[in-house]
Write a protein that binds this ligand. Structure first.
Ligand code: ATP
Length: 298
């Protein structure tokens, strides 16, 4: 499997609200890409547009360079934010039905359903009604619904919300494995720590516009240097407040996180810290994705 999703110049207005404002980005095959942005940024609208569920004022969605239509969408998988399963239908029946809708034979749909239910550790719920499942198990079924026909592109709207750590690991691993097998994976989430663990790339949007796009690695290693310093017994870090070219970005549990201008010599910071007391930690750190996110939106 290989492919690239391109959204090109998407524009969507609702009355006076501009939900998407000339939004363009790409999602390459073989990567898990995080789609981030504050509430109301336009993530769900974009995902719905990929599946033809939102009328656009302008723009186009392309798959491997060609405009996307219903034929291509049969090879895509979507996990919507408003989970779209039939609550009264049995889990197994529903998944087989969805597999057949996407073009699988009855036998293949059954085999794929069984494989995924086993993989997500919910094979024992095959004969249960969806409405009787816990939230986490409904999420697993919903993920299976998006995966059952082995799509080339997976688009997931907040697949990790409300899951316990085991559920996050289980679903996260499935997404990583799908990408490793060549699938394009785009997921939205507000849980940036998990995005950091799971996603190789991110697209951050705000007010319907692209603000940051890149690999997590590049974004975390770019920008000003971050230094974490701990001085024994010192919880206020007064020594750091007045250093030229240095700003305190966070103080927690006795460690101070500093952002250094390019002109600052870190030896000077170390000397200032040593004058304040015994230095028990002094390390350069990457930007966190949460910092990348906050800085992108200011
Ligand atoms: P969240 O993180 O809160 O889920 P989001 O990034 O998914 O947000 P969208 O749901 O795409 O954001 O909404 C983008 C903007 O479009 C918001 O201002 C929202 O109020 C508006 N919007 C979305 N759907 C509609 C609609 N059907 N009618 C009117 N406005 C809408």
């Amino acid at each position: 499997m290989s492919g690239v999703l391109e959204v090109v110049g998407l524009r969507r207005t609702y009355g006076t609200v501009t939900a998407l404002d000339d939004l363009s980005f790409e999602v390459p095959a073989g990567r898990v890409v995080g789609f981030l942005g504050p509430n109301g940024a336009g993530k769900t609208t974009t995902m719905r547009a990929i599946f033809g569920l939102t009328d656009l004022d302008a723009g186009e969605v392309r798959w491997n360079g060609a405009s996307v239509g219903q034929k291509e969408r049969r090879r895509f998988g979507y996990m919507p934010e408003e989970r779209g399963l039939y609550p009264g239908m049995l889990v197994g029946e529903q998944l087989e039905y969805l597999g057949r809708l996407h073009g699988l034979t009855a036998a293949d749909a059954k085999a794929a359903t069984n494989t995924w239910l086993e993989r997500l550790d919910i094979a024992d719920r095959r004969g249960s009604k969806v409405e009787t499942l816990s939230h986490g198990n409904q999420q697993r079924v919903q993920l299976t619904a998006a995966l059952v026909h082995q799509p080339e592109l997976l688009v997931l709207d907040e697949p990790l919300s409300g899951l316990d750590p085991t559920g996050i690991d289980a679903i996260g691993q499935v997404l990583v494995d799908q990408a490793a097998a060549g699938c394009c994976v785009l997921l939205s989430s507000h849980q940036l720590d998990q995005v950091e663990d799971l996603c190789e790339q991110v697209r951050i949007i705000d007010q319907g516009r692209m603000v940051v796009s890149g690999t997590v690695d590049e974004l975390e290693t770019s920008g000003a240097r971050r230094l974490v310093v701990r001085v024994e017994g010192d919880r206020a870090a007064d020594w750091a407040q007045q250093l030229p070219g240095v700003s305190v970005s966070e103080l927690s549990a006795g460690a101070v996180r500093l952002v250094l201008d390019s002109s600052v010599n870190s030896d000077d910071v170390l000397r200032a810290a040593m004058q304040a007391g015994r230095v028990t930690e002094f390390s350069f750190e990457r930007r966190r994705l949460s910092e990348v996110f906050r800085e992108a939106l200011t």
